[in-house]
Design a protein around this ligand. Structure first.
Ligand code: ZN
Ligand code: FE
Length: 265
């Protein structure tokens, strides 16, 4: 018997989503920064907690782990090289784990933090693939580069961009509208972006999450995945004319856009 899967973005703090995936009996949660909303969601649906997946060490992603252990009937998985609430089964890029009958492939995506990983499920019965990418890729944007280099972060985003375009991207924050304000500033002629922004404004006005988002949408609208596009090369050169050569590399464009966005209000 194949049990159908339910994917739920559980809101926490101001703008986090703690992603819950369940088969009606067993659930896993990704990046539980807070235990209370996860316990409420499990109790409301009578679910057993079969595993916890962590993408990186930040408190808003791991803060609820220890409080969930009393209910946990499975492992806590996390990146190989980050400080996490122990015990944790450590994972490297290239590893794969089985949970809820699904195979989660582990991808190394350094940049936001030095050891950040993502989880990709290629085969989801009756549905599109799933990506849990923490604070690496956001809809219309990307995470800040805290511990890695722009070059690492760009490579990590390119690795995610190469996944199937139908992949449902499960980001850890609802940053979409503010990301899209910046995206429209740097890519004003992008009509797909304008249409997506209008759609997301309506979604948020109705109180619904803008996530998950198909990867194919991000490839059309997210400036940080579009660093080889002439429009974004031009925008970066207009912003930093003295720093960038006539034909800036994708990493130069990425670094310029990322720095620009850090100060953008
Ligand atoms: Zn983070
Ligand atoms: Fe975060």
């Amino acid at each position: 018997m194949t049990l159908s899967l339910t994917l739920t973005p559980v809101p926490a703090f101001d703008d986090n989503y703690l992603w819950l995936l369940d088969n009606g009996h067993k659930a896993l949660v990704v990046d539980p920064g807070d235990a209370a909303p996860v316990l409420a969601a499990l109790d409301a649906r009578g679910l057993t907690l079969a595993g916890i997946l962590l993408t990186h060490h930040h408190g808003d992603h791991v803060g609820g782990v220890n409080a969930l252990r009393a209910r946990l009937q499975g492992p806590v998985y996390g990146p190989a090289s980050e400080k996490l609430p122990e015990p944790v089964q450590r994972l490297h890029g290239g590893d794969a784990i089985e949970l809820l009958g699904l195979r989660f492939a582990v991808l190394d995506v350094p940049g936001h933090t030095a050891g950040h990983i993502a989880y990709f499920v290629a085969q989801v019965p009756g549905d599109a693939p799933l990506l849990f990418c923490g604070d690496t890729l956001f809809s219309g944007g990307c995470g800040r580069v805290f511990e890695g280099t722009p070059s690492q972060m760009h490579a990590s985003l390119q690795a995610l961009a190469a996944l199937p375009s139908t992949t449902r991207v499960c980001c850890a924050h609802e940053y979409t509208l503010s990301n899209l304000r910046f995206a429209r500033e740097v890519d004003p002629a992008n009509t797909a972006l304008a249409a997506y922004a209008a759609q997301c404004e309506a979604t948020r006005a109705a109180g619904r999450p803008t996530l998950p988002v198909p990867l194919g949408t991000e490839l059309r609208i997210n400036p940080f995945l579009r660093c080889t596009e002439p429009a974004l090369q031009d925008a970066a050169r207009r912003h930093a004319p003295l720093k960038l050569p006539a034909a800036p590399s994708p990493v130069d464009v990425f670094a310029t856009l990322r720095e620009w966005k850090n100060g953008f209000r």
